[in-house]
Design a protein around this ligand. Sequence first.
Ligand SMILES: NC(=O)c1ccc[n+]([C@@H]2O[C@H](COP(=O)([O-])OP(=O)(O)OC[C@H]3O[C@@H](n4cnc5c(N)ncnc54)[C@H](OP(=O)(O)O)[C@@H]3O)[C@@H](O)[C@H]2O)c1
Length: 279
Amino acid sequence: MVCAMKNTPLAFIGAGNMARSLIGGLIADGWDPACISVSDADPEQLDATRLLFSTQSAADNTAAAAAAEIVVLAVKPQVMHQVAAEIGATVRERRSLVISIAAGIRATDLQRWLGGDCALVRCMPNTPALVQSGATAMYATPGVSEDQKALAENIMRAVGLSLWVTDEGLMDAVTALSGSGPAYFFLVIEAMEEAGRDLGLDEKTARLLALQTAFGAAKMALESPDDPALLRQRVTSPGGTTERALAVLEDGGLRTLFRDALTAARDRSRELAEQFGAE
Ligand SMILES: NC(=O)c1ccc[n+]([C@@H]2O[C@H](COP(=O)([O-])OP(=O)(O)OC[C@H]3O[C@@H](n4cnc5c(N)ncnc54)[C@H](OP(=O)(O)O)[C@@H]3O)[C@@H](O)[C@H]2O)c1
């Protein structure tokens, strides 16, 4: 049986990559596709989503919002202002919960574009959401009730881990860590794969070993009560191979490099938010 929460009328504005991964996760989690309306500027995206998930296709963004208690804004940041202005009156009238997954759009700017105070949750997901292994940080504006927070959390949890931050300013740090983070790990995997090839492994072997090692290390760290530093120490025998390799990474300034990289990403996130918000 579908629980009441999973019958809450839900609208997705924008039916691109993130919306489709969220819809897929929600349906796998027992949400009723008949309660999900979707709108998109591209009719082909809309048809593809309906065929894939049996969701309801709305005639336009306002019609999608008018059918919903929760409206998920899943369009690119560049079109968010226009979309918010279109649906603002409808969500204010219905007192709907608005969930934005757009990178770099601040809650105050979005509220302004929606035309007033709405119950708004700002989320920062990341690309592994596409394979239900995302990490999402969420920030709720003061008008969001506890029930609405629970709903928002349930929606984002359908595609991975979700957690709350209480200070919206930290969303720039979240963007630097988990939003951009998958790319850092792809780079590390690439580098390990290249190094493995240089040491004589064939391409396929080097790739598979690098990928499975990254996956295994993350899974082990997630499932362990011990912190990653302790797990690292446990696999580092004195005088062994791991110790020798880690010394090269530490001496090469790996920690400083990551600190500088995340600071640069955080600063760029602030710049982009200023740029989008100036509209
Ligand atoms: N992908 C990620 O990893 C990721 C991670 C974190 C956050 N996000 C955020 O998630 C949001 C969606 O990203 P995405 O990768 O899913 O983008 P996407 O694949 O481009 O999907 C956006 C969809 O919205 C449609 N659209 C454009 N203008 C519209 C309008 N005025 N009304 C209704 N629909 C409209 C687009 O149609 P057209 O193609 O015709 O323009 C497209 O189908 C973005 O704000 C992004 O910042 C994404």
